[in-house]
Design a binder for this molecule. Structure first.
Ligand SMILES: O=C(O)CCC(=O)C(=O)O
Length: 288
């Protein structure tokens, strides 16, 4: 049964973004928000990524350069989607501040499209080449969706943080297969790296960027692993016609806000309202 306290029936969450941040996302296509997640939330996410890594859930998508053969020296570790493996990651997008932020950017009818962990091991981590998310998702309007890239660890130039090309959603960027990965595509030949803005974020910070923004990460030259957790959201009215890269295949993408929103009770069979906060509090209490 679908709980009565769904996001649809609760009062609209207050946005966790400032008007200036919302304007920046609309104008430049991206905005960085340091401190979006507090210290306790960040610790819980770090512990969860460590747990999934130790359980062998992440796989190396880096190849020897032929687009097929897995590299044994270069590592771009990913888990997509991660939500089925983690109550915390499943619950996070339904927290009030995430719903508030995403609806402030995309409007009041939003779907959660996909989630993914990216981990670059210390010394051996390689980056993800230039691409736009809409080259995968294929919405007719690339600004119909936003990525929410969470820095699980401090993300800086030395460990290969994210770089974006401002306003690149206005460009026509042709993609081709990236031979450095077993499935990625890239628009590296179509962008000018001189236009990039490198986004450094302390752990817990978030980068929002629309699906048309060209972005890349670099290699990790430090001794410590660096991970990110990314979610992708889309305006329901402008969603892609092809759902093959979303959670679909077992379940429909959960409605995050608007008609039919049930905090995933309808799609995933369990109401996620308040779950993220409860799991973080439990983790903090256990660690005290
Ligand atoms: O963290 C990475 O390596 C790439 C992230 C990315 O491409 C995304 O979040 O869309």
């Amino acid at each position: 049964m679908i709980g009565s306290m769904s996001t649809a029936t609760q009062s609209a969450p207050s946005t966790s973004l400032t008007p200036a941040q919302i304007s920046a996302w609309k104008r430049d296509g991206f905005v960085a928000v340091p401190g979006f997640f507090d210290a306790g939330e960040t610790r819980a996410l770090q512990a969860e990524v460590r747990r999934l890594q130790a359980a062998g859930k992440l796989r190396n998508v880096a190849t020897i350069g032929d687009g097929r053969t897995t590299s044994t020296t270069a590592f771009n570790m990913q888990l997509c989607p991660a939500a089925p493996h983690s109550p915390l990651i499943r619950a996070l997008p339904f927290s009030r501040k995430v719903v508030g932020a995403v609806t402030a950017l995309l409007g009041d009818e939003v779907l959660l499209y996909l989630d993914q962990i990216f981990l670059k091991p210390g010394q051996h981590g390689v980056g993800t080449n230039w691409h736009t998310d809409n080259a995968y998702f294929q919405s007719r309007e690339s600004t119909a969706g936003t990525g929410m890239w969470i820095a699980i660890h401090d993300a800086n130039r030395a460990n290969g943080t994210m770089a974006v090309i401002p306003r690149s959603h206005a460009l026509d960027l042709t993609h081709e297969r990236d031979p450095g990965s077993d499935h990625h595509i890239t628009c590296a030949k179509a962008v000018d790296p001189a236009d990039e803005v490198v986004v450094e974020l302390p752990a817990g910070g978030v980068l929002f960027f629309n699906w048309g923004i060209a972005h890349r990460t670099g290699g990790n030259a430090t001794d410590h692993d660096r991970a990110a957790l990314a979610y992708h959201f889309v305006d329901e009215r402008r969603k892609p016609e092809n759902w093959s890269t979303s959670y679909a295949g077992g379940t429909a993408p959960p409605v995050l806000a608007g008609r039919g929103a049930s905090s995933a009770a309808r799609e995933w069979g369990s109401d996620q309202t308040g779950v993220f906060d409860r799991l973080v509090a439990g983790q903090e209490a256990g660690a005290a």
